[in-house]
Write a protein that binds this ligand. Structure first.
Ligand code: ZN
Length: 804
């Protein structure tokens, strides 16, 4: 046997990011005077996904996205304005481009000719729709915003064309896109600030402008991009909109414009925008935030959720920022969502999705959960149907885009394993030699990743391997020889050498159990293992409520208890768990509770007071540590992505003096509550800054005016009550709520409501709690009876019922 060549230490190094003073002319990179590309996307088709990722894509093909034309009215070719723009076509807005954006790429990454052909029919129709001035697609959009053009659906269609070109090299695409952008460049600059969706999301088009510039060198494109940036919504000044999908797309815009402006502050602003949102609304595991339509002040508990459009757009943004910045943190963030949250947004067969996915979610029924989540109607049940219109179409790009970003080209003509998954990459490297690298791994369910290089001749190039933030001591073997590697978390290990056919690399990214404490979410804790977060395994009962046999709409109910707090080893918390790995090969679809490749056994106690609220949402967390007298049990945790019913942010059980009673929740109700407000605000513990505080949840009787109304607390067991404190809501100057004309306290005696006796003054002071004391009563419920002032409504920010 021949001895393998030894690896010298100067062949291995670690870098924070790739060099920016090199230029890769093997692939289309940023062209001068743009900021040099930190990483370069490989042409679609270069990367062939394998393993579990390929399975997701195959399920997608056979599931909802792949066969959406059977279900969605927006995808009927015969009457779509995208297919016949001049005719009586309809459905010319975002739905078709949303779907086609992922569907086409699904075909390209799998090499699935049926899918490619079906996508091509739409793309051909779009490419033949261009008018003399450059406009294309649905005519109605040209004057869709009070006579001005609605440019948002076009931004998505441009992405469709970019992918199609990267895959096919079709000669029609670039001239077509140039002609459209020429027309765009004739618009009055103010038009880029028109319309809610377009002005917020125009950063998407800025990215397309650079894509086109890099392929044509047309200088006028570099006038167009700043014009858009200047007149669109100003994400470079901070978070300027709180709609979840706008946020997940829009936050990155300064980072995109940085490509041209080359001002580091812009890149930093994308990071700042991300942190602002996550700091306020993303204090739980899974990589998302509470944006269950919009972020709302006071709604930060992990039972809140992110829209499926939000998950896929966030992933896409992170993929883009990885390439722009070279910062491996963005790839980490992308993996966090891909492994922990995105899989749970879909059914295991990918034939249905839900609108919202939360970190703590114990029931996915079809009933209204508002105002606990912002929208009324079903949000958590799984459906392939129009009830989740935008996500139904937009979800298609989640996995295909991910697969396209596994490998990237580097400025120094190397290759980078950026997102780890089993795959094969065929690409040019070094002197331009076409090499192939086969990556074999069960990552993220396994810490070992092996690479085998095939090359027609020896070729020198750098191979970059991302070191994730959670990995302290990566280990590397080259041709079975251990290599000294000094690569810190959030760096790249680079092996630069003359690669020979058959060379092998084995990268080990040791995973360890660790805990995160969410100080801003009641000190709840989550359990991580490498890039995975674990969640309680909850028994599942799937139940069809609608749809068809072929395309069912499903509810998902828990069959086992979920209200556990974790019991941790105080000295070494990570020792509280034992990890086991399922024997045998990884399941084709590992993202289910039954096929979860890893399990954790943990100690826990039930918290009897932690229950679902009246709408079925999991009760909000209370401050940990929490007392529990229930017996210690052994519970099973599985990776969060495998658990559609899940508790991933756990209360922590404590025994010390600092442990608090969870208490049994009292139930708040009202004679009427405005749809956007909530009776839960009454006792959410949030002390208002003033009576006009509109930043915290409130209860209002809006839009009842001048009426007699009430609010009520039902106690789980009779208790002594001798006082009430009420903080009235009054939005003088903004709205129609004022302090009431009068009020009084009643209590329940048997089945009757009786006024309390010896009451002190019933105050209506602004900006303070109004305290009333009375003769103590033992009761199961108290009520405030309120007479509103004539012609105005009223509301309450906080109400306390006390013993003294
Ligand atoms: Zn959506």
């Amino acid at each position: 046997m021949l001895a393998m060549p030894t690896v010298s230490s100067d062949e291995v190094r670690a870098v924070k990011q790739p060099p920016t003073n090199a230029a890769n002319d093997l692939y289309v990179s940023n062209r001068e005077p743009l900021q040099p590309s930190a990483f370069i996307k490989l042409p679609i088709g270069s990367i062939v996904p394998r393993g579990w990722l390929r399975k997701q894509l195959e399920l997608e093909t056979q599931g909802m996205s792949g066969r959406l034309a059977e279900i969605s009215g927006w995808l009927k070719f015969e009457d779509s304005a995208w297919a016949s723009p001049q005719g009586a076509g309809k459905n010319g807005w975002e739905e078709l481009p949303y779907w086609l954006k992922g569907y086409g790429d699904l075909g390209y990454v799998l090499g699935d000719e049926t899918v490619i052909k079906a996508a091509r029919k739409w793309i051909d129709a779009v490419l033949s729709s261009q008018e003399a001035d450059g406009w294309f697609g649905p005519r109605a959009n040209k004057t869709g915003l009070k006579g001005k053009p609605d440019l948002w659906p076009h931004m998505v269609m441009l992405n469709v064309l970019q992918s199609f070109y990267e895959y096919s090299g079709d000669e029609r695409v670039v001239p077509f896109m140039l002609k459209y952008h020429k027309w765009l460049n004739t618009l009055p600059p103010e038009d880029f600030g028109e319309g809610y969706w377009p002005k917020i999301r125009f950063g998407d088009n800025v990215e397309t402008v650079y894509w086109l510039y890099n392929r044509t060198g047309e200088k006028w494109l570099l006038e167009l991009a700043p014009k858009i940036h200047t007149h669109m919504a100003k994400w470079h000044t901070g978070v300027i909109d709180w709609h979840n999908v706008n946020l997940t797309q829009g936050f990155r815009e300064p980072g995109v414009f940085y490509i041209q402006a080359k001002d580091e502050k812009l890149l930093e602003q994308a990071e700042k925008n991300y942190r602002t949102v996550m700091d306020l609304y993303g204090q739980f595991p899974g990589g998302g935030f509470v944006g269950d339509e919009n972020c709302r002040s006071g709604y930060t508990d992990p039972r809140g959720a992110l829209e499926t459009c939000g998950w896929v757009e966030f992933m896409h943004s992170f993929e883009m920022l990885t390439k722009i910045s070279g910062n491996p943190l963005w790839a980490d963030r992308c993996e966090e969502i891909a492994f922990n949250s995105f899989p749970a947004s879909l059914t295991p067969d990918l034939k249905g999705l839900h609108y919202l996915t939360s970190a703590n979610l114990v029931q996915c029924d079809k009933n209204n959960k508002a105002p606990g989540v912002q929208n009324g109607g079903t949000m958590f049940s799984y459906s392939p149907g129009a009830v989740y219109r935008c996500c139904q179409h937009n979800v298609s790009h989640g996995w295909p885009y991910y697969a396209e970003e596994l490998w990237l080209a580097t400025p120094d003509k190397g290759l980078c394993a950026s997102l780890y998954a089993a795959s094969e990459v065929s690409a040019k490297a070094g002197d331009g030699t076409a090499v192939k690298i086969v990556e074999e791994t069960d990552y993220p369910f396994n810490e070992e990743i092996s690479f085998k290089v095939s090359t027609p001749k020896p070729v020198r190039f750098p191979l970059y391997l991302r070191v994730p933030r959670w990995c302290q001591k990566p280990a590397l073997k080259v041709n079975a020889q251990e290599v000294a590697l000094n690569a810190a978390p959030l760096s790249y290990a680079v092996v630069e050498r003359e690669w020979k056919d058959g060379d092998r690399l084995v990268l080990t990214l040791p995973m360890a159990l660790s805990l995160r404490t969410w100080a801003k979410n009641k000190n709840s804790v989550s359990v991580d293992y490498g890039p995975l977060t674990f969640a309680l395994r909850i028994g599942e009962k799937w139940q069809r409520y609608g749809g068809s046999e072929k395309w069912p709409e499903l509810e998902l109910y828990p069959t086992t208890p979920w209200n556990y707090g974790l019991v941790l080893d105080e000295k070494e918390p990570a020792k509280s768990f034992s990890l086991s790995r399922k024997a045998g090969p990884l399941a084709a679809q590992p993202f289910t509770p039954e096929t979860a490749p890893l399990e954790l056994q943990a100690k826990a106690r039930k918290i009897p007071g932690w229950q679902q609220d009246g709408t079925g949402l999991v009760g909000k967390l209370k401050s940990s540590p929490v007392k529990s007298d229930e017996p210690v049990e052994t519970v099973t945790l599985v990776p969060m992505g495998c658990a559609r019913l899940r508790i991933a942010s756990f209360p922590l059980i404590g025994t010390g003096a600092d442990a608090q009673e969870w208490g049994v929740g009292l139930r708040a109700s009202a004679s009427h509550c405005f749809g956007n407000d909530t009776v839960e605000a009454l006792n959410d513990g949030q002390v208002p800054a003033s009576s006009g505080d509109r930043t915290i949840p409130r209860m209002t009787w809006w839009e009842h005016k001048g009426t007699a109304e009430w609010v009520q607390y039902d106690f789980p067991a009779p208790r002594d009550v001798a006082s009430c404190e009420v903080y009235w809501f009054d939005d003088t100057g903004h709205g129609g709520c004022r302090v009431p004309q009068s009020w009084k306290v009643l209590y329940k005696s048997g089945n009757e409501w009786k006024p309390v006796e010896d009451a002190s003054e019933y105050g209506t002071k602004l900006d303070a709690f109004n305290r009333v004391t009375f003769k103590a009563v033992k009761t199961s419920a108290v009520r405030l009876e309120v007479q509103l002032k004539p012609d105005v409504s009223g509301g309450i920010l906080e109400w306390r019922a006390g013993e003294k």
